[in-house]
Write a protein that binds this ligand. Structure first.
Ligand code: GDP
Length: 138
């Protein structure tokens, strides 16, 4: 059993895509171990994306991620990290495979609807960023 952090980003929430995304997650057989809405401050968004601090899009990304409410979830299941990333699709929606959430819903390389951890270490950091262990259903 593996855990990953999933976010429906502010563009996804604003566009009313929460139900559709969760339906696809459940369709994939991943279990939601924890879920909540957060409206990140700029400071929180900067901490979450600290690994991207040197990237040219850091300012824009953290402004976007703190621009409105997002849904954060812990997803659980076998190979949860890779399976959730596969359902999300490539970062750039124009390169994302058919049937992926980003291909279907994203409008922009930045406003790409969803986030998913990319490795067990980042998943542990990202889950701990939003949830304590008592909030996660095993
Ligand atoms: P992810 O793991 O697929 O989300 O991609 P990355 O970790 O590389 O990037 C994190 C997030 O930064 C992406 O999901 C996008 O929202 C944003 N991003 C990535 N590349 C670019 C870019 O070239 N320009 C802009 N404006 N945003 C980007």
């Amino acid at each position: 059993m593996e855990q990953t952090l999933s976010i429906i980003k502010p563009d996804g929430v604003a566009r009313g895509l929460v139900g559709k995304v969760i339906q696809r997650i459940e369709g994939l057989g991943l279990k939601i171990g924890a879920i909540k809405m957060v409206h990140m401050s700029r400071f929180q968004a900067e901490g979450f994306y600290a690994v991207h601090r040197e990237r040219p899009f850091f300012e824009s990304l953290t402004a976007f991620m703190s621009s409105g409410p997002a849904v954060v979830m812990v997803l659980q299941g076998e190979n949860a990290i890779a399976r959730w990333r596969e359902l999300m699709g490539a970062t750039d929606y124009r390169k994302a495979a058919e049937g992926t959430l980003r291909r279907e819903f994203a409008t922009d390389i930045e406003k790409n609807v969803v986030h998913g951890s990319d490795a067990p270490e980042t998943a542990a950091f990202e889950i701990g960023y939003f949830f304590n262990r008592f909030e996660i259903i095993a």
